[in-house]
Design a protein around this ligand. Sequence first.
Ligand code: SAH
Length: 365
Amino acid sequence: MTQTLSPLEMEIRRIISVAGPMPVAHYMDLCLAHPKYGYYLTREPFGAGGDFTTAPEVSQMFGELVGIWAASVYGMMGKPAQVHLVELGPGRGTMMRDILRATQVVPEFRKALSLHLVEISPKLEQAQREALEGFEVKRHWYRRLEDVPAGPAIIVANEFVDALPVHQAVKQAGGWHERVIGLDKAGNFKLGLAPYPIPHFDRLLPQRVREAPIGSIFEWRTDNLPLEIGRRVRDGGAALVIDYGHARTDIGDTLQAVGGHAFVDPKSAPGTVDITAHVDFEIFGSSAESMGAAIHGPVEQGEFLRRLGIEARAAALKARAPDKAGEIDAAVTRLTQGGRTGMGELFKAMALADPRLGPLPGFVV
Ligand code: SAH
């Protein structure tokens, strides 16, 4: 039977058989970022032929508005002679390409700019290099944000944080037990609970989570990304994080897997499907704040894009290409409306910035 398993599934089974059931976060990390077999390292996840579509892939307007946001924040920073434009998880490079195109009209920003792209996948790095061909701007790639040189920075990240591993704990009578993935008698992956509760876990939780009923699931991330972002922006920088998630810390199982534009079991076919979990913007913001950054938002993506002028941008595009009017209207709807297929409500934008910058575009009415 084992011959039909993928190399990653064999590897995960091997680890479980020697070390015992593994936390959901460890499983997610292996599925997405295993250096040889991880989802992001082996696949082209985006677009109609891929597994999911992201906002920059829906319409050029998304990246253009993020570009306008970045250029105005650069002005608020006092136009430093050099600024790093950092993107975390740039995917196919579409958003960065649209940012660069839209900011061609702000020459001082463009002159000060160098690009710093943080990407684990060599394949996607190659796609990003191709997408950015032809733009006169210095560019560098890294595997981790920690490796990006220090200096005034504008950091942008769309659908990046949801891909970072998430831990889950389930409330039981005696405390919160970490959720783990083990093997059942037939040798299939099976969700279970660690035998002992996590010591003092309750003390870290907000009251409404502490008082949740038995069986409730709580999710948290242990990466230091919000701390690292806070540290980098507090002295003259800003970061824009857009992702799906909740504005307040709460209970709920949001772990999901997507393959071929459909939801699938996260335990199925490891490495061949995308696994994500919602972003807890409250914790993300307060972690960055603890490093000295000011929090802006979160605001719903629809509201954020409207404040940045998506309607005017759409009207300008339609005037130039009347035959594309239907397509442009559909993109505005998809990006700004709620409901089952809309990205406007579930997705949220949050900025973290040097407190001296004051209110940022998109975060004030
Ligand atoms: N921002 C893009 C892609 C989102 S998908 C868009 O909106 O279309 C997530 C991206 O983050 C991919 O480029 C993926 O390869 C990258 N990624 C995932 N985990 C990462 C990690 N731990 N470090 C660096 N990049 C990562």
